[in-house]
Each structure stands twice: as structure tokens, then as C-alpha cells.
Design a protein around this ligand. Sequence first.
Ligand code: BT5
Length: 262
Amino acid sequence: MLNLAKIKEELKTACLGNEIHYFVEVGSTNEVAKALAAKGAKEGTVVIAETQTSGKGRLGRKWFSPKGGIWLSLILRPKIKPKDALKLTLTAAVAVARTIKENLNVNVSIKWPNDVLVENKKVCGILTEGMSEGDEMKFVVVGVGINANFDLAVLPRELWETATTLREVLGRNVDREAIIRSFLEYFEICYNKMLAGNFKHVLSEWKNFASFLGKRIVVSNTKEKMEGIAQNVDEDGSLIVRLEKGDLVKIFSGDVSIRYKN
Ligand code: BT5
């Protein structure tokens, strides 16, 4: 069980985590956070659960959330346009990557848009959702799932090749409270940079973790599937792919798989 007092006592944030809603079990922390946000919960409110019975990925996919993981959602009220919500996904990825690297001294990479990988396997996924009013976001919920203290064997067999957990990598349990604290602190720093119009600083840190840039990839989304070179990530967070004939395309959502063999 998480020790909330241990998270709060040493938390060095101005806003993030001032209010924490803790649950032993929920359907999805994102759903709880959206309901709280709709009722007026303050910016920086955090929802954390020990397990989720209906953890969600993108496009209605399932996110397995056994005991021992870190399943949390942030409620944010940034004055941004819906298309800028992607920046928050990238911001969260930077904060998770930095947390894992600096707290655990583990090599970590990011795959666009929302995966944090260790040893090329997914250790964290991010799901950003929100509600807009006109052309402004009323609130944004950033959901973060980190596979921390459980064995890979707890996940379904089809994920054993593509997923990992921090316990699996390190051979020991990690201090979940310390990880949550660092994540909230790093996120707040990056988030404030983004709000101040300095997303490019966050992006440049993101790119330092983005091992897939320059590689041959396949990107698929609900509309299309294309193969090319991952050229860059633009100021707005979109992925720029160079196709076979040299054309550049900008992608705002999709799944990337890396072709390790050309
Ligand atoms: C994601 O979606 O990676 C977003 C995951 C967000 C989870 C957090 S937990 C707190 C908050 N509350 C929620 O309900 N959600 C958020 P996507 O890129 O679509 O990846 C989903 C795919 O990852 C699935 O289809 C599986 O293949 C795989 N997967 C499922 N559970 C996993 C796990 N625990 N570890 C690694 N891979 C997993």
C-alpha cells in the first residue's frame, strides 16, 4: 500500500499534488479524475489507485493495472487549445523518463507519442484526455501508468515480449512514493515551461530520450499506415515522417513501430 504521508511530506511542488485522492481500487483513475474535474476539482489535483479494474489505453485499448504499479491521473486546467494537448503527453513522458533515469539510474527511452521504454520494452504508458469548450480546453486529465513493483508474469502472455516492469529490470522493488514525488516535481517544472511558452525546452529534453528518431518506422492510425524515416518531432508535438519518395508528413496521432532491420 502506498504511504500518502510519505508522498506529501517531502513533495516540493507549488501546485501538483496539493490535493491527492487515493483509492485502493477504481475502474480507471482517468475516469475518476474526469468526474472530479467536471465537478470543479482544482488544477494540480491527483488521483492515485493501487489497482484499476478497467484501466484504459488509447482508442479503447485495455491497460493492465495490477497491484504494485503506479496508476495515477493529473487534473490540469491549462489555457491551451485542444491541439496542444499532445504537448502534455510529451511533457509527462519527459517527466517519467527523467524520474526513472535519475532515481534508479536506469537507461530509458521514449517512443512517440506516449511510451516510455526500458530495454526497448514498455514500462509506462500515458493517456491524455480532456474536455473542450469552444476552442479552449476546460480541463485536461493526464493519466500515467508505470509498471513498478510486479512481475511481468502477472501481465497476459501476449505482452511479455513488449512490456517490462521496474522490478523485472532491477531485480528489486522500487520506492513508489519517491517515484511519484519525483514525477510530480519534474512534471510541474516542465509544465510551467510549457505554459510560459517554452515548450521547445521540454521538447529538446524529450528528443534526448527519443531513441527512435532517424530510424525506419511504421506509423499506423485509424486512417492509414505508412512507412518511412522518423525525421523529427515538431514544435507542436507532431511526428514528422520522411516517406520513401522524400515527402514529409506530419502525424498527430498513431502507433509507431520501429523496424530494427532495414
Ligand atoms: C497507453 O495506451 O499506453 C496509455 C496507458 C495509460 C494508462 C494510465 S494508468 C492511469 C490512467 N488511468 C487509465 O485508465 N489509464 C491511464 P496505448 O498506447 O494505446 O497502449 C495500450 C497497449 O499497451 C495495450 O493494447 C497493450 O498492448 C499494452 N499494455 C496494456 N497494459 C500494459 C502494461 N501494464 N504494460 C505495458 N503494456 C501494456
